[in-house]
Design a protein around this ligand. Sequence first.
Ligand SMILES: Nc1ncnc2c1ncn2[C@@H]1O[C@H](COP(=O)(O)OP(=O)(O)O)[C@@H](O)[C@H]1O
Ligand SMILES: [Mg+2]
Length: 363
Amino acid sequence: MADLLIRDVKKAYGDNIVIEKLNMEIRDEEFMVFVGPSGCGKSTTLRMIAGLEEITDGEIFIGDKLVNDLAPKDRDIAMVFQNYALYPHMNVYDNMAFGLKMRKFPKAEIDRRVKEASEILGLGDLLKRKPKEMSGGQRQRVALGRAIVREPQAFLMDEPLSNLDAKLRVQMRIELKKLHERLKTTTIYVTHDQTEAMTMGDRIAVMNEGDLQQLDTPEQLYNNPANMFVAGFIGSPGMNFLPGRIEASGDDLFFVGDGIRLHVTKEKVKALRAHNAQDIVLGVRPEDISFESDESIQEVAKATVEVVEPLGAETYVYLSRGSHNFTARIDKHTMMQPSTNVQALFSMDKVHFFDASTEKAIR
Ligand SMILES: Nc1ncnc2c1ncn2[C@@H]1O[C@H](COP(=O)(O)OP(=O)(O)O)[C@@H](O)[C@H]1O
Ligand SMILES: [Mg+2]
């Protein structure tokens, strides 16, 4: 097992620069997730680490070893893809054993590793089955088994669950976490799904357009997003953004939007004062808007209820005020009627402020 270091890595396909300059450290035994929209460079980064894609510039270290010029087979890592591509004519045992046979491992060692991996994955009774005789989830487990028997320094997984239906995906997500608990092998897991990222990652690298936006724990990404991209990408329903300006009145600051005026809490005044009279964006998560007063510091905004979506355990309320549209996430017991005017309460100790031009968080 090992840590991984990506230093000033650039990737270009001809004139097309896909990754400008990427820096990242992945710790030993860590479960790291790369998340971001399609085309942002997640797979490219993973493939560069694996050695399947050449790097245009920079350095990649696995452990202490510079691997730039090392062939994929010599990097001591194992990959798992969305498309698990098992050998259809081989049974489970042979599918798992194949890579080790090719590497000329002794028979007894192959047997030990395959038996151990199949036991971990609950495939012990299926070793004689052919891929076509198994479910999608079982097949994906065999693909994992193929990686596990290699006993690599790191696992690289590229959307390994994307082919599975939603229910199975949740189940496999939990199994993968358990597997990591047990093996502790450094893992990089690529997904475009923020829920998968949030539930699985020890840390998450949020990427957009080839740039690392923020690398942090799930809690930090959620509570302290570095910019509007991260704030909007992490969390569902997404954070509400209300464009407006900061106005000063004596020692106090107010956020002023279209038909909305909210008193800024003391803790945020210092950072915001420098943005007085400038365009800023207020960000508020749907659960930080409510309709019944609680302990937190709240400010009232008048709004109209547009749509009410009861989901069972909770309810989403879509609201408008002036040119603003925002969503509140409320308790299932709070009744709301469409086309009514309400007083929305903003928890001002929880809101975020962003510079409208740089889109960076103001802290
Ligand atoms: N072989 C290639 N040649 C040219 N451009 C490529 C190639 N592979 C990927 N790209 C481009 O690199 C960008 C990042 O792709 P990729 O890493 O696959 O994104 P992701 O995995 O995040 O969806 C995309 O714009 C894609 O079109
Ligand atoms: Mg990809």
